[in-house]
Write a protein that binds this ligand. Structure first.
Ligand SMILES: Nc1ncnc2c1ncn2[C@@H]1O[C@H](COP(=O)(O)OP(=O)(O)O)[C@@H](O)[C@H]1O
Ligand SMILES: [Mg+2]
Length: 394
């Protein structure tokens, strides 16, 4: 038997697995690396994050990815070469962190790699009548496995699409396993480039969970400040706080068809980008200053999140556990608390070492754990959904 296959089998019989979860989302800010000690599976999953870091992408790396990121036309030769390059880069980042943390590669059981999303294309976003949903993440995991000598699971979203879903959000499964509370409703909100939430009502099974993208996130604000202020993001929402909300622009943003579309739904910077913003601004007669645009985009993100939470019809007092980089945006968090009212407590997620920054990476480690343990991670028409492809080291 191939020793790696045997290793996989043995892993499923161990009490505890050490799995590295990786996440690099649409913000292109960097690679999140979470070392997770995971026992059990399904609703009994226990997970402790022993080490976590985000390795920021340098400008050089960002500039390498941007030519193929959420853009309709790419140079195929370039994309072909970028795919293994990112895999090797992520493997190199893992090696670097493990050395720094004094952890031997052989002590890691598995890596769970999300890959770098370059295009997300749900059915609602294209007009090719013969095609359904699609999404593309690159950074091939054979290169991560070869670089680290660790078995790597990757490309989790394709199985979700094969089962008839949109490939996102996948947070439903990990959120349920980690945070479902049978005594009360649980609401998890992630504000990355795109915002999504997971609502787990008291007594829900994993397939009752409501999990959907909401809209942006940070992506519009990030794209705008990068172009007009020359910075990566609006720290603590300071720029937005200095502007005045433009109600015409806000109304146009809130009346986009994606916002009105029923949940579950998914989106990305393929829709929410500066081209869209320019188009909407051209429909307004008055000049809108950059600070006012930022104030409006910030308000749009908060407003959109609140609108979608209100659709959940939650009547009990509920904590909103916020993760993702947007959890650090004080202006947004304050608005969420203000608009949602005293029935809700808006809190930065921080449980068992799983915090606002690490959660998304941890969720992929949980998916890999489900795949190895053959648990019912999710299902479609009663069929089991086992996500992720397996790459073996050299
Ligand atoms: N202190 C902060 N203030 C405001 N926004 C922040 C702060 N820290 C991080 N962010 C935002 O979070 C983004 C990264 O969020 P992240 O959860 O990593 O998203 P993704 O999953 O898309 O990579 C940054 O691009 C930035 O917009
Ligand atoms: Mg990120």
């Amino acid at each position: 038997m191939n020793p790696y296959i045997e290793k996989l089998y043995k892993l499923s019989t161990k009490n505890e697995r050490i799995i590295i979860g990786l996440m690099s989302g649409t913000s292109l800010d960097g690679l999140d690396i979470a070392v997770c000690k995971i026992s059990n599976f399904g609703a009994d999953t226990k997970c402790e994050v022993t080490h976590f870091a985000t390795i920021s992408y340098s400008d050089e790396i960002k500039n390498k990815i941007r030519p193929v990121f959420s853009t309709e036309t790419v140079e195929l030769k370039y994309l072909t070469l970028l795919n293994p390059w990112i895999g090797t880069l992520h493997g190199h980042f893992i090696n670097q962190k493990l050395t720094e943390w004094g952890i031997k590669n052989e002590d890691i059981d598995l890596i769970a790699s999300h890959g770098q999303t370059i295009y997300h294309c749900p059915n609602s976003f294209h007009s090719f009548s013969d095609f359904n949903n699609g999404t593309l993440q690159i950074g091939d995991a054979d290169h991560i496995a070869a670089e680290t000598n660790i078995i790597t699971l990757s490309d989790f979203r394709q199985k979700h699409i094969a089962a008839g879903f949109e490939g996102a959000p996948l947070a439903q499964y990990g959120d349920y396993n980690l945070f479902a509370n049978h005594q009360k409703d649980t609401l998890l909100l992630n504000i990355g480039g795109i915002a999504n939430f997971t609502f787990i009502g008291k007594g829900y099974g994993v397939n009752d969970v409501i999990c959907s993208d909401i809209g942006p996130g940070n992506t519009l604000m990030d794209q705008y400040v990068q172009k007009h202020f020359g910075i990566d993001f609006d720290k603590d929402g300071e720029i937005a706080s200095k502007g005045v909300i433009n109600s015409d622009l806000l109304d146009l943003l809130l009346s986009l068809s994606f916002i009105k579309q029923a949940m579950p739904k998914t989106t990305g910077p393929e829709l929410f980008n500066l081209e869209l913003l320019e188009k909407l601004l051209s429909q307004i007669n008055a000049e809108v200053s950059p600070h006012d645009i930022m104030a409006t985009l910030n308000e749009f993100t908060a407003n959109c999140i609140v609108k979608h939470i209100q659709q959940l019809d939650i009547t009990n007092s509920t904590d909103v556990l916020v993760s993702g980089g947007g959890a650090h945006n004080l202006a947004i968090v304050a608005k969420l608390q203000d608009k949602l009212g005293k029935h809700f407590r808006v809190l930065k997620l921080d449980e068992n070492g799983i915090n606002a920054d690490s959660k998304e990476a941890v969720l992929f480690a949980i998916l890999a754990n489900e795949t190895v343990m053959n648990a019912n991670a999710g299902s479609k028409n009663g069929k089991q959904l086992t996500m992720g492809k397996i790459s073996l080291p050299l």
